[in-house]
Design a protein around this ligand. Structure first.
Ligand SMILES: C[S@@+](CC[C@H](N)C(=O)[O-])C[C@H]1O[C@@H](n2cnc3c(N)ncnc32)[C@H](O)[C@@H]1O
Length: 269
């Protein structure tokens, strides 16, 4: 399947990349690789951007990602004292918002496979009022290192796209949630209006890699980003995956014409 840019993957290919068994191929951006190599590639990818990750997010999204994250965490309706897990938590933006809402009796865990990303986010927590409320744990989303029914809420922001076996990742998130617990999945998606999508495609494929090279010193990482977004399940497909992983009520909300989408799912009681 030789891909030309920019292209949004069709439903069959999106399904194939979501369900890649480990002995088969997987997509890393538009590149087809051995599925068992994907996690290592993802770790290397985030090693190359960790230092500038927050800055680049704000630059490339014109700061809008902060509003998406705020709104998405608000959708979780966290209550004081709740325990929250931030899977693929990276530099901790969602965790920080959640910790403020869960209050001093609450606890939030940033769970990420990449040490460099965790380290890059530490200054946002250490020495602040949130220090005692946020913990950092390094680990794989496909094998979450917590017992069943440990959390009131689980979040995954712009991370599940990178997990080789997404369905496995969602099942793990479901497992560690208490019955009735809530999952928030915030991810990039396909803009709804064709004209807006056209402009977004041009920006993503011709501006983003250029800015990535100029500011972050890596064109490759910021070429992979728009490619991986175009391989990701559309909102209704993702809702189906969440139901298959053990969640009941699944709703979603589009932000900025669908550039980002927040899914809220409840674990069956
Ligand atoms: C795009 S960043 C998102 C960070 C943060 N959630 C945010 O919204 O800014 C994706 C994160 O997912 C992490 N990640 C990728 N694959 C993972 C896996 N299998 N298990 C745990 N974390 C993973 C990466 O290391 C990276 O920090």
């Amino acid at each position: 399947m030789p891909l030309t840019k920019p292209v949004w993957l069709n439903a069959a290919d999106r399904r194939r990349q979501v369900h890649a068994p480990l002995d088969e191929s997987a997509f890393f951006g538009y590149e087809r690789i051995q599925a068992r190599e994907k996690t290592e590639r993802v770790v290397r990818h985030f090693n190359s951007v960790a230092r500038v990750y927050d800055f680049m997010n704000s630059l490339l999204s014109f700061g809008i990602h902060h509003a998406w994250k705020r709104e998405a965490v608000r959708m979780l309706e966290l209550k004081p004292g709740e325990r929250v897990l931030d899977v693929c938590g990276g530099t901790g933006d969602l965790a920080i918002l959640a910790a403020r809402r869960a209050g001093p009796r609450g606890a939030v865990v940033i769970y990420d496979i990449n040490r460099a990303m965790i380290t890059a986010g530490l200054p946002k927590v250490i020495g602040t009022a949130l220090e005692g409320r946020i913990r950092h744990v390094q680990g794989d989303a496909e094998q979450i290192a917590f017992p069943d029914h440990s959390f009131d809420a689980v979040m995954v922001g712009f991370g599940i796209r990178n997990v080789t076996r997404m369905r496995r990742g969602f099942s793990e998130m479901c497992r560690v949630l208490k019955p009735g617990g809530r999952l928030l999945c915030l991810e990039f998606s396909r803009p709804v209006w064709p004209m807006f999508r056209w402009i977004y495609d041009l920006y993503s494929f011709y501006m983003m890699p250029y800015i990535g090279e100029l500011v972050a010193g890596t064109r490759k990482a910021y070429t992979h980003l728009p490619e991986s977004i175009r391989m990701f399940p559309l909102p209704d497909e993702l809702s189906g995956m969440l139901r298959a992983a053990g969640f009941s009520r699944v709703d979603y909300r589009r932000f900025t014409n669908g550039i980002a989408v927040a899914h809220l799912a409840i674990k069956s009681k």
